[in-house]
Ligand binder design. Structure first.
Ligand code: FRU
Length: 514
């Protein structure tokens, strides 16, 4: 499929992932659940399909699957771009920004000052508030509310801390070039006091961006709650370009201490395989979690793209999807706390069109074509290794092109090979074979769940302890699913669920003129 056809037919528009109607997006911002509605704000260029004019776009959903694009929420102006940040529900109107009738939603975002501003070249944290449930926003008169006279101080994630030493707002943000997360406290969201810093630690191959900090029960036991610090970094990800790492430890209301640091940042050697990654693929970045998600769920979304080639991906008129919404938990693995991630249940329920199962498939050396498939499917597969050096699936194939998702048991590796995944020539860095360490289950088997859409594949391996997300740009007719084994045999059983493509619901066209 050439780029012109892609432009004409918009063949890559996802069915179960959010993307803007006709504009650029990057990081998810201000994820919040409020009065029965999930709000997804995001870095948006309302005037084009490459990065620029950064503003907060907005979409809403009641089920995490179908999203309605709304008018731009917070627009850049002559003095500032609106960079990433978060939203809290200010239940007690601690900020005083409410109208006295309803609790305001307060957005805490980075003001990236432009040349026309007296603060040009710096980044500081600012507020905007909404009294109508997040649809219209007013910038706070007293902005910025937190300024370190820094050029790279950004991406505030704010949450309510309730602990032994008090109840107050906590902000985590980054000094991006210093590989440092800075932590502040506040009683009113307007006045902030410095609490502590964390970093450098583990991966420091790029700037640190978009942090998040939240508690999770270990193995579901609330008595054993630990804190998770998310740090996205770019470049320096596990397979090149953008990536996200996490640390597990404790937050005492002032400082975060990590129990999973393996490199204090002073060592010159970087052991990317020993760090803890939110995702090993090339296209899961700037991931942050929802504020106030219902039923105690910790729900996260990432930008499904990579700054290495993000501006060149062959989609039109929009550019960049969000990942599926993931539900994350903390589990013990050989005594170590590790994140486990699943696609939210909402993608599995109510969407299935048809299910096909294959049990006890014997894979001889070579390729076994399984079914002609559909562009949007969920595949659940378990492989039993035998003599094969590598085995796996070829998805979105047509006999010539296809994306290989494989396992090399002797090397304990999961691979995603998109060198022949379809359109790859739009950028030199795109076609790659990416790898992640993957251990077998105690019975020797490997279980993968894959979510495939028009331009992406997300792999959740071994119960979601290893995930790998990649964009792919196959032709619309490349829907064939095959299994393969090389240099030997393997066995597999699998279930393929065809996911209904929900209608792409779009609000009134945006007014694109300033
Ligand atoms: C991460 C990032 C953030 C910044 C935003 C600007 O992708 O660089 O650090 O706030 O994008 O769009």
């Amino acid at each position: 499929m050439n780029a012109i056809a892609a432009r004409e037919y918009d063949i890559f528009r996802p069915a179960i992932h959010y993307t803007a109607k006709n504009t650029w997006l990057n990081d998810p911002n201000g994820l919040v659940y409020h009065e029965g509605i999930f709000h997804l704000y995001y870095q948006s260029n309302p005037f084009g399909n490459v990065w620029g004019n950064m503003s907060w776009g907005h979409a809403t959903s009641v089920d995490l699957v179908n999203w309605d694009e709304k008018p731009v929420a917070i627009l850049c102006d002559a003095e500032e771009d609106i960079f990433s940040g978060s939203i809290v529900i200010d239940q007690d109107n601690t900020s005083g920004l409410g109208n006295g009738q309803t609790a305001p939603l307060v957005a805490i975002y980075t003001s990236a000052y432009k040349d026309s501003s007296t603060r040009r070249g710096t980044q500081a944290q600012s507020l905007a508030w909404s009294s109508d449930g997040g649809y219209t926003w007013t910038k706070h008169q007293g902005n910025p509310v937190l300024d370190r006279s820094s050029a790279d101080f950004r991406d505030p994630k704010v949450f309510r801390y309730d602990g032994p030493i008090g109840s107050y707002w906590v902000m985590v943000a980054v000094e991006a070039n210093e590989h440092t997360v800075v932590i502040y406290g506040s009683d009113n969201l307007r006045d902030w006091r410095y609490l502590s810093s964390f970093g450098p630690a583990n991966a420091t191959g790029g700037v640190w961006e978009c942090p998040d900090l939240f508690p999770l029960p270990l193995d579901g036991d609330a008595e054993q709650t630990k804190w998770v610090l998310i740090v996205n970094l770019n470049p320096g990800g596990p397979n090149g370009g953008s990536g996200g790492q996490y640390f597990v430890g404790n937050f005492d209301g002032v400082a975060f201490t990590s129990e999973t640091t393996v490199n204090d940042g002073m060592s010159r050697t970087t052991e990317l395989d020993t760090y803890h990654w939110l995702d090993w693929g090339r296209d899961y970045y700037a991931a942050v979690s929802f504020h106030n998600a219902p039923d105690g769920r910790r729900l996260m979304v990432g930008w499904m793209n990579n700054w290495q080639y993000g501006a060149a991906i062959p989609t039109w008129p929009w550019r960049s999807p969000m990942s599926l919404v993931r539900e994350i938990s903390l589990v013990s693995d050989q005594g170590q706390p590790r994140l486990s991630q699943q696609a939210a249940d909402e993608y599995r329920t109510g969407n299935s069109l048809s299910v096909k199962t294959w049990s006890a498939l014997a894979l001889d050396e070579g390729v076994l074509h399984l079914h002609s498939g559909a562009p949007v499917e969920m595949i659940e597969v378990t492989f039993i290794p035998e003599s094969a050096e590598e085995f796996g699936l070829i998805i979105r194939g047509n006999g010539t092109e296809g994306t290989r998702i494989g396992i090399r048991p002797a090397a304990n590796l999961l691979i995603m090979d998109r060198t022949r995944s379809g359109n790859t020539d739009f950028h030199d860095a795109f076609a790659s074979t990416d790898t992640a360490p993957l251990k077998p289950a105690s019975d020797g088997s490997y279980t993968l769940t894959l979510f495939i859409d028009y331009c992406s594949v997300e792999v959740f391996a071994q119960g979601g302890q290893v995930t790998m997300t990649g964009l792919i740009f196959p032709g619309p007719d490349s829907t064939r699913l095959s299994l393969y084994a090389s240099r030997g045999t393997a066995a597999a059983c699998l279930k393929v669920t065809r996911l209904v493509a929900p209608p792409v619901r779009i609000a009134e066209p945006l007014v694109l003129n300033r």
